[in-house]
Each structure stands twice: as C-alpha cells, then as structure tokens.
Design a protein around this ligand. Structure first.
Ligand SMILES: [Zn+2]
Ligand SMILES: [Zn+2]
Length: 117
C-alpha cells in the first residue's frame, strides 16, 4: 500500500520546502501532505559554489519527505478492492460485506458510511 501511495504522490514542493499531493480518483479532490522545510535552504541560496552539494542534500531529504508523505496519506486514502483506485476517506465506504469506494458501492447497491464524512 505504501508503494502504491508513493507512486501516486505528485511533487509540489519548491527549493525551500517539500510537499506532495495525491488526487482522489473518485471525487478528484487534492490532498496535500504537511510541508517539510529543506534544512539547508538558506545556505543553498547563499552558496552557489556548493550547488551540487546542496542539490544532493536536497534529493536526500526529499526522499525522506516523500516516504513520510506516503505514511501520512495512508491515514487518508484507501484502495478500492473492486476498481483498484486510490480513493479518499470521504469516498470510501464501510459496507457490510466489503469496504468499497462510493462508485462501486453505488453500482452494486451496497450501502455504507464513509470513513470520514
Ligand atoms: Zn474522494
Ligand atoms: Zn471502486
């Protein structure tokens, strides 16, 4: 699940901070991860001669930020077992037999409560 989430993460950070977003495949709403500042943003802006060094540090911190964004997203997204899409908690229903996304539940006339109304 964490791999699936990470593969859906869109990079929306800047040179100063890391941020990622995921789009719910049912309602199309974007969710944004908490942004994490690049610890060396100020130094990187000041020392152009060490650009490569700061680029490497940036990439390393970005990897870490991506993983934690994936973990954060796990609390808010589920994968529908029928259509396999990644859906937000508002679109994911707790049904009697199996938890489903809103669209699959509607098609099969299953009723349930959303994870997060
Ligand atoms: Zn949704
Ligand atoms: Zn579905």
């Amino acid at each position: 699940m964490i791999d699936l989430l990470c593969s859906h993460l869109e990079d929306c950070g800047t040179p100063r901070y890391f941020c990622f977003s995921i789009r719910c495949e049912v309602c199309g709403e974007f969710w944004y991860s908490s942004s994490v500042p690049f610890s060396k943003a100020a130094q990187a802006a000041r020392h152009q001669e060490k650009k490569e060094l700061y680029d490497a540090l940036y990439q390393r911190e970005k990897q870490r930020a991506r993983l934690s964004a994936g973990q954060e997203a796990r609390e808010r997204f589920s994968q529908c077992p029928i259509c396999r899409r990644l859906v937000c908690d508002t679109c994911f229903l707790i049904c009697d037999e199996m938890d489903l996304c809103r669209e699959c539940a509607g098609r099969m006339q299953e009723f349930g409560e959303p994870v997060a109304p």
